[in-house]
Design a protein around this ligand. Structure first.
Ligand code: GLA
Length: 370
């Protein structure tokens, strides 16, 4: 006798249950009435070279961000040339899977080629020339994906830790209104797209105050800003629940939405030196900074689960303000934290382990919705 489709499905569900029950519900379904849940995807994932990663992405998430392929250095590496090969595949992947597709990012001080801030003689271009360059870039990139990319990180990381505007080349050459201009150009290129300001450490008071002042100013100038992105590269002990709560509430009061855009929770010891100093670390110091190279102890696994649950509880409390929670990576093995700020560590910041299996943290997050 042949099994019918229903019987096969039921048998598969039983097998999944026996294997831990994870196939029963997914993040995107569990949270569908609260906010979208997403992940930053790498090239192997959206080009179909990581079947295990793909299976997780398509099953669990309803929004994607590009880890690198839409950054300036990737799409616009030369003064006279754009290269959309990888970015096109990223967007096609999102469309094929009916996802809300994020563009990341348009204006940043990192991963932007040196030529952007130089004229033909190698000197800084004038304000007008740099504005024109920015306008051309934004119109070309946003225009290409008009109606397909739903939201853009227009400006990334414009603030210092003290809340003042960072003295980036954008700021030095154009002046403070480079932010308003970037949003203006993006809005011209796709009037329907959501536009975001994205940054880290906005949970800290001084930087948060700077961000609030910045958003107010932009709003006062009529700049169309949809949401603030909290990158959320978090630790087991930072930000405190109260800080997270107060930060989301403060932006909600301005009338903007909040996106959690690059969520991961680092369980590894803080590197004592700034990035770059790691090359000089001796073997012993390196071993201390990489304590879980052969596996994560259960106590830390449980601490991470508890931590994820407490942060998601805050996100849920603010479900009217939070429209999206995106993880920076699909599995632990994909995370940038394996190589930053110290190269070659074994990091555990995501809900899925190196084998693509959901961790205790996944169950803890899902448990909030049961
Ligand atoms: C920042 C950027 C991201 C990414 C991460 C680390 O948060 O916004 O694009 O580069 O750093 O990978």
């Amino acid at each position: 006798m042949q099994l019918g489709k229903g019987a096969i499905r039921a048998a598969l569900a039983m097998a999944a249950l026996a294997a831990g029950g994870f196939a029963q519900t997914t993040l995107k379904d569990a949270f569908k009435d609260a906010f979208r849940v997403g992940a930053a995807v790498n090239q192997a994932q959206f080009e179909g070279r990581d079947a295990r990663g793909d299976a997780i992405v398509t099953a669990q998430f309803n929004t994607i961000s590009p880890e690198n392929v839409l950054k300036w250095e990737s799409v616009h590496p030369r003064v006279d040339g754009y290269d959309f090969t990888a970015a096109d595949r990223y967007v096609e992947f999102g469309e094929r899977n009916h996802m809300f597709i994020i563009g990341h990012n348009l204006v940043w001080h990192n991963q932007t080629p040196r030529w952007v801030f130089q004229d033909e003689k190698g000197a800084p271009p004038g304000r007008g020339a740099l504005l024109e360059r920015m306008r051309d870039h934004i119109h070309t990139v946003v225009g290409r994906y008009k109606g397909r990319i739903g939201g853009w990180d227009v400006v990334n990381e414009a603030l210092n830790e003290d809340g003042a505007l960072r003295q980036s080349q954008w700021m030095k050459i154009i002046g403070e209104d480079y932010l308003a201009k970037a949003f203006e150009f993006a809005h011209e290129a796709d009037p329907q797209a959501e536009l975001y300001y994205n940054d880290y450490n906005l949970e800290n008071e001084a930087k948060r105050k700077g961000a609030i002042a910045l958003i107010r100013k932009l709003q006062g100038q009529g700049v169309p800003i949809t949401a603030v992105g909290l990158q959320s590269h978090d630790k087991l002990d930072w930000p405190m629940v109260e800080q997270q709560d107060a930060t989301i509430a403060a932006f909600a009061e301005l009338g903007v939405k909040v996106n959690i855009t690059e969520l991961d929770i680092d369980v590894l010891p803080r590197a004592t030196q700034q990035s770059g100093a790691d090359v000089s670390l001796n073997v012993e110091a390196r071993a201390k900074l990489n304590p879980y190279a052969s596996g994560l102890p259960d106590a830390v696994q449980q601490a991470l689960a508890k931590r994820y649950a407490e942060l998601f509880a805050v996100f849920l409390k603010h479900r009217g303000t939070i429209t999206r929670v995106t993880f920076w990576g699909v599995t632990d093995g994909d995370s940038w934290l394996n190589n930053w700020p110290v190269r070659g560590r074994t990091s555990y910041p995501i809900l899925f382990d190196r084998n693509g299996k959901p961790k205790a943290a996944f169950d803890a997050v899902m448990g909030l919705m049961h």
